[in-house]
Design a protein around this ligand. Structure first.
Ligand code: GLN
Length: 493
């Protein structure tokens, strides 16, 4: 195909330097979106006019001989949890339906400054709470490999858009796995940077001690290129780290694991892991060994408590962060039925009842309970202690190895509706990804082929110490080269 929708971002950047216009490339992606969306529903909002205006501006500047940033003119999609002026930001919730933010998130401002046309806003689980995108208030997103299946979540819209060639690049957010897991489910690359590595200013908060924004792309190099656009200190985010951004593009181009010590996490295998996932994973480990990596089995015994700790810490923070949706300052306002002259509190209660979905309510209730006096020590306090144990397991492991490796998720993509009535079954899908969030460490998911038993994409996850994001890109690029991942031919309709 010559319309560049099948090209990597790096290839598009090269074509742009060679005379192709960003308007052509951006229009091709808008056409692809128009053709594909009826079967995928990855986008909640498409901004053709805004994207083409940015593209035309970049083309004009290039024509005038200006030297431009590496990704100038390469289109991108943005998870609808991230503020964009001129485009709505719903967080996948009715409570923010129609809300247009008065300011850009720092990451969006950086995309604009680097000249990336923003194609639109992608679907997600409401307030990023979920692993399947089925908790969106605006309908399910479907997996391009099989449209009867979920694309993972919560950044399922971004993952599906990139996998279905609607966008070469996208931004997601990852609180417990929401970039890496949908990346694995749709056969693309997803990166959760070190906590504090990317600004969260203007990103709707889910759980502030865990949330990170990161890149999603079809190649490791493309993810690195986008990483360098968005990363780096931001005085507007008090958790932002004031340190140089690791050279991730250089690392992605290196892709050399010879002599690298890779630790395979013993606890993230066995019961509950789909055989087709395990066999792809074993083959990937073997390929890394063949390429000269030193494979070491490491034990992280506290990881088995990760889900329990996360599902106390996260809802506690959710219950506090979501208190701001009070129907007074912005968003949906509903009059309680049959009440004459309702009080502010009654309006708040009616609006929150109408505006929040069941999963969000479940977590607000859980979190409020975990923080309540008398239960705080037993629940929230114990969970914080487990969090410390998990961080210690990581520290001990990184004394033995340079990076850690596991499957990204225990299964491949499940059928729509299969787990919606069983929240616990859905939560168990997060077992591999949660430890990195609890410890603030970076992680990447790289596609490693299709599972023999389901024919669906499998991802492997690499984890590194804080601020060593470049190790992930180096090892991830090697893995990408060593395994064969089939290219999606066409979206099933
Ligand atoms: N699936 C996890 C959850 O439901 C992770 C969500 C996320 O990373 N935003 O909380």
């Amino acid at each position: 195909m010559s319309d560049h929708t099948r090209s990597s971002a790096a290839q598009i950047a090269a074509a742009l330097a060679d005379g192709t216009t960003s308007v052509e490339v951006t229009q091709a992606h808008l056409d692809r979106i128009a053709a594909t969306e009826p079967s995928i529903n990855a986008f909640l909002h498409v901004d053709a006019e805004g994207a083409l205006a940015t593209a035309a501006d970049v083309d004009r500047r290039r024509e005038a001989g200006e030297s431009l940033p590496a990704l100038a003119g390469v289109p991108v999609a943005v998870k609808d949890l991230i503020n964009t002026t001129g485009q709505p930001t719903t967080a996948g919730s009715r409570i923010l339906e129609g809300w247009v933010p008065p300011y850009d998130a720092t990451v969006v401002a950086r995309l604009r400054a680097a000249g990336l046309p923003i194609l639109g806003k992608t679907n997600l689980d409401e307030f990023a709470m979920g692993s399947s995108t089925e908790h969106s208030a605006y309908g399910d997103t479907r997996n391009p490999w099989d449209t009867d299946r979920i694309p993972g979540g919560s950044s399922g819209g971004s993952a599906a858009a990139v996998a279905a060639f609607e966008a070469p690049l996208a931004l997601g957010t990852d609180t417990g796995g929401s970039i890496r897991q949908p990346g694995a489910m749709t056969g693309i690359v997803g990166v959760k940077p070190t906590y504090g590595g990317v600004s969260r200013y203007g990103v709707v908060a889910m759980a502030s001690s865990l949330d990170q924004v990161g890149p999603m792309a079809r190649t490791v190099e493309d993810a690195a290129l986008l990483h360098e656009v968005i990363a780096g200190h931001d005085p507007l985010d008090s958790t932002s780290i004031d340190a140089p951004v690791p050279s991730v593009v250089e690392a992605a181009r290196r892709g050399d694991v010879s002599g690298l010590r890779i630790g395979v996490i013993r606890e993230l295998a066995g019961e509950g892991f789909q055989p087709g996932v395990q066999s792809r994973f074993d083959a990937a480990v073997e390929a890394l060994a063949q390429a000269g990596a030193e494979i070491v089995e490491v034990s992280c015994p506290s990881f088995v408590h990760g889900i329990a700790a996360y599902y106390l810490v996260m809802p506690s923070e959710v219950s506090s962060n979501l208190a701001r949706f009070d129907a007074m300052r912005y968003g949906l306002r509903v009059a309680p039925e049959g009440v004459d002259g309702p009080s502010a509190e009654q309006v708040m209660a009616a609006s929150r009842d109408a505006g929040f979905g069941d999963e969000v309510k479940r977590r607000i209730v859980l979190g409020t309970y975990a923080l309540s006096s008398g239960y705080y020590d037993a629940y929230y306090g114990s969970a914080q202690k487990v969090r410390t144990l998990i961080a210690r397991d990581f520290s001990a492991a990184f004394e033995q190895v340079d990076v850690l490796l596991s499957p990204t998720a225990p299964t491949t993509a499940w059928r729509l509706g299969e787990k919606t009535s069983d929240p616990l079954a859905m939560y168990l899908e997060d077992i591999c990804t949660i430890p990195a969030n609890l410890a603030g460490l970076p992680g990447i998911s790289v596609p490693i082929g299709l599972a023999d038993d389901t024919g669906l994409p499998v991802g492997a996850q690499l984890l590194a110490p804080a601020l060593a994001d470049d190790r992930l890109y180096n090892a991830g690029a090697a893995l990408e080269r060593l395994v064969s991942m089939p290219v999606l031919q066409e979206v099933a309709r």
